[in-house]
Design a protein around this ligand. Sequence first.
Ligand code: GTP
Ligand code: MG
Ligand code: ZN
Length: 308
Amino acid sequence: MLAEILASFGRQHWIRELPGPESGAARARQRIAVTRGRKQDFCVGDRVQIDPIGEDQAVINAILPRRNLLLRSDQYRRKQIAANIDQIGLVLAAEPPFSEALAVRVGLAAAIASIPVTWLINKSDRIEALALIEPRLRLYQSLSMPMIRLSARHDANEDLLEGELAGWLQGKTSLLLGQSGMGKSTLVNRLVPDADLKTQQWSRALQSGKHTTSFSKCFDLPETRFAPGSRIIDSPGFQQFGLAHCSRSEIEHSLPEWAERLGQCRYNNCKHLQEPGCAIHAALEQGQIDQQRYAIWTDVISEQDHSR
Ligand SMILES: Nc1nc2c(ncn2[C@@H]2O[C@H](COP(=O)(O)OP(=O)(O)OP(=O)(O)O)[C@@H](O)[C@H]2O)c(=O)[nH]1
Ligand SMILES: [Mg+2]
Ligand SMILES: [Zn+2]
């Protein structure tokens, strides 16, 4: 029998059976599943082969090939964030201030995994705080980053469920990512009326009952408003987002303002640091490449050098 993972916590996984030819109109059963033998790394969005046990348990036997996989990693460890997703909503806010470095890193990891990203600029009710980050948002707009502005707390139901955000969510599996406190869970609670309840149940049953999100979980968006198969994944906030699994070349080609200039440096093996005739440096000096983004890139690259 096939199933999808809705949430993972250590060795236990919350799964939902995938409809087969014999399942008819019956509601897909959810189960708690464990893996057999050696621990394997599964994550939300994975499709797996299971053996059901009784009414509500199962053993996972095998994993189906993944369409994509979002990872973050440092030199010691890889963390699988989600698999088989259509798009990422990076939830940002001006208060607490979002980290541009983390936003860039998420963008790089997503581009390298071929998953499109949209910035969800939340807390748009905080007008004064938002004004302070507008110049940076404009830069990313000029780099063709799609953005949707919203207030998960204050927007009217019609705006959230029928506006631009709803259009973006329609028919897709969307992963919400972002630092702690940006409003990911608040947004899921607004979109999925019974999400809150489930979150509490799950955290009581399976975790310590922390206030903030401690594991990723996938919710169906309500079929009253959304096409079947529209899903949203809430995830825990992060403070670091390492790219040790990405190559230097992948990173450079994933920066849109770099891509067109790569290959124009004097030396084929230019590292874009101090080399004469570097096209990236020329663009930096002319203000065509943003200094702060370049500094973020040098940080990412220096970690890479240490991890190899
Ligand atoms: N002013 C304002 N506050 C908001 C908005 N959305 C969320 N918040 C507040 O931001 C705080 C953090 O929200 P959460 O939804 O828990 O944030 P999160 O991104 O899920 O955080 P983690 O689970 O720790 O990653 C809460 O106090 C929310 O009420 C908004 O649109 N406007
Ligand atoms: Mg949360
Ligand atoms: Zn160069």
